[in-house]
Design a protein around this ligand. Structure first.
Ligand code: PGA
Length: 250
């Protein structure tokens, strides 16, 4: 059985008081629900990780990025070891905003994946095509390349710990969710690419999340697709009720 996951990517939102309030709200709403076996993850700014870990009942906490480097003179960077020491258990690697605004390449991201795994963080590796790439028919090629160059240096033991998130860039923050057939088609393709390298068992046990305007209204339909194992949620994760409703959408 694959792990079902709903992860809230808060991006660069919420100040200290607002973040604490939202986390507590999600925490208490989740306590009163009988959600099926779902791993719920909140990924706030680095500065909130430690507080959230100490407050959490059953929410796992993660970071949105980590450095390629272990330690040293890298002003402004945050290492995977630091994130782990704050109590986090996940880290997003290769979100499309990092790829486009901060010029993160597949080869750089493969180093971040190594840094995460070395420090016992589970990487959530994001892949996704732009609208131009989809319109020109290159979307499968792009996704395959992102997966191959970012992850395929891993051995079986390492790959087993990795989560993949398919987030079409044109769907992120735009309200244009991929249709269930577009999403399912790409998720099945991702699983096929993984199977070619690591075999069917590995492909069938790898959680592949969908992200891009996933919300309380469309989550049920998306999560019902056979190859979609949950969601990486941006905007809708900033509203406690919506986020918890998404958690209950399996
Ligand atoms: P969105 O963002 O849900 O606001 O589209 C998803 C993401 O960027 O992870």
């Amino acid at each position: 059985m694959r792990k079902k996951i709903v992860a809230g990517n808060w991006k660069m939102n919420k100040d200290c008081d607002e973040a604490l309030l939202l986390f507590k709200e999600i925490n208490s709403l989740l306590q009163n629900t009988t959600a099926k076996q779902v791993e719920v993850i909140v990924l706030p700014s680095f500065i909130f990780i430690r507080d959230f870990v100490s407050l959490s009942f059953k929410i796992a906490v993660g970071a949105q990025n980590c450095s390629t480097e272990d330690a040293g003179a890298y002003t402004g960077e945050v290492s995977a070891a630091m994130i782990r020491s704050a109590g986090a258990s996940y880290v997003i690697v290769g979100h499309s905003e990092r790829r486009s605004y901060f010029s993160e390449t597949n080869s750089m991201l493969s180093k971040k994946i190594n840094a995460a795994l070395k420090n016992n963080l589970i990487p959530i590796y994001c892949v996704g095509e732009t609208l131009n790439q989809r319109n020109s028919g290159n979307h499968f090629k792009i996704i395959e390349q992102q997966i191959t160059e970012g992850l395929f240096h891993l051995n079986n033991e390492q790959f087993k710990k990795t989560v993949i998130a398919y987030e079409p860039v044109w769907a992120i923050g735009t309200g244009n969710t991929a249709t269930t057939s577009q999403a399912q088609e790409m998720h099945a393709f991702i699983r096929k690419v993984v199977a070619q390298k690591y075999g069917n068992d590995m492909a069938n046990s790898c959680s592949v999340l969908y992200g891009g305007s996933c919300n309380a209204q469309n989550a049920k339909e998306l999560f019902a697709c056979p190859d979609i194992d949950g969601g990486l949620i941006g905007g809708a994760s900033l509203k406690a009720k919506d986020f918890v409703q998404i958690v209950q959408s399996f």
